[in-house]
Ligand binder design. Structure first.
Ligand code: ATP
Length: 318
């Protein structure tokens, strides 16, 4: 009987549970024995496995977070840590491992692959920063969440005639800020991919108030600056009352959107098809609504890019 293990690693994202469920149920339907590894690569080293049946993955499709829990493991970056993890997998007779996580987790997946474990990566991160996939699991949910939160802030900023500077997650990738900004009709978007010009932003915000606007919203990706600093600078430059809000971890929680549930279900199901096709050592994704897979090296060698056309659209519509 084939045996497969699933782990979630790095920062969690909404839809990881639906991905675990999809891999588990598709594997069970094809007579695999299925194991969950608790706390990511740490659990591999600690031999922390739980057997998964249909019942173990009931009632998780719509829950945020990951019921297997996630962790960061420095030990797994060392040859000794990897050897221990591989030894534990081999002792259980597990040939296949599915790693759900971000680009760091994909490095761990590649290490397993190099040790002869047949490995699959699913892009689980809200940041949408993995190359060769249009979406990552959790991005759509976060986008909807941030759009709602910006709406809430607009209400109170409008009452008090203030400028709101809102910081979203996204260390190297401004996609959450960019797309939530367009969806919310904000006045300025600061992202790491585009050099910021705070003087220009302050002047346009001031011009808006001079025209009679009652509020203004600036959205900043964490990789492009810190909201309190940006708010201070805008206040200095415009003389307007500004408030900073760092959205923080609230962006990573909540029930996954329909898109993320369907997307992660498709990805999880596809893993078992790839096993049957004899394809291993790949990260899965979606490009032009088709599920795709690329070797880990291809993914690491590709550059993640955001759609700068969207930034141009934003500038033309603001
Ligand atoms: P997020 O996008 O939320 O940061 P991530 O998967 O990129 O998620 P990381 O902290 O970079 O998060 O990586 C998660 C874990 O993957 C690490 O704690 C470590 O266990 C493993 N990992 C990262 N890099 C490597 C590497 N070079 N070799 C082996 N394992 C690694």
């Amino acid at each position: 009987m084939k045996k497969i293990a699933i782990l979630t690693s790095g920062g969690d994202s909404q839809g990881m549970n639906s991905a675990i469920r999809a891999v588990t149920r598709s594997a069970l339907a094809n007579n695999f024995e299925v194991y969950g590894v608790r706390r990511g690569f740490k659990g591999l080293i600690d031999n922390d496995f739980v057997k998964l049946g249909t019942k173990e993955v009931s009632d998780i499709l719509y829950r945020g977070g990951t019921f297997l829990q996630s962790a960061r493991s420095e030990s797994f970056k060392t040859p000794e840590g990897q050897a221990k993890g591989v030894e534990n997998l081999k002792a259980k007779g597990i040939d296949y491992v599915v790693v759900i996580g971000g680009d760091g987790s994909y490095r761990g997946a590649q290490a397993l692959h190099r040790h002869g474990i047949k490995t699959y990566g699913l892009p689980g991160t809200i940041d949408n920063d993995i190359p060769l996939t249009d979406y990552t699991i959790g991005f759509d949910t976060t986008l909807n969440l941030v759009t709602d939160l910006v709406g809430n802030l607009r209400d109170t900023m409008s009452s008090h005639e203030r400028v709101s500077v809102i910081e979203t997650m996204g260390r190297n990738c401004g996609d959450i800020a960019l797309q939530a900004g367009i969806a919310s009709g904000v006045d300025a978007i600061l992202i790491p991919e585009v050099e910021p010009d705070l003087e220009k932003v302050a002047a346009s915000v001031k011009a808006g108030f001079d025209r009679g606007k009652s509020h203004s919203i600036i959205i900043v990706a964490e990789g492009a600056g810190e909201a309190p600093e940006v708010a201070k600078k805008i206040k200095e430059l415009s003389g307007l009352d500004t408030r900073a809000t760092v959205l923080g971890h609230i962006q990573r929680g909540g029930s996954p959107s329909s898109f993320d549930r369907v997307f992660s279900s498709r990805l999880g199901h596809r893993v078992i098809e790839l096993i049957q096709e004899g394809i291993t050592g790949v990260g899965l994704g979606i490009e032009s609504n088709q599920l795709t897979h690329h070797t880990f090296d291809e993914i690491f060698n590709a550059k993640n890019t955001i759609d700068l056309k969207l930034y141009q659209i934003f500038q033309d519509l603001v």
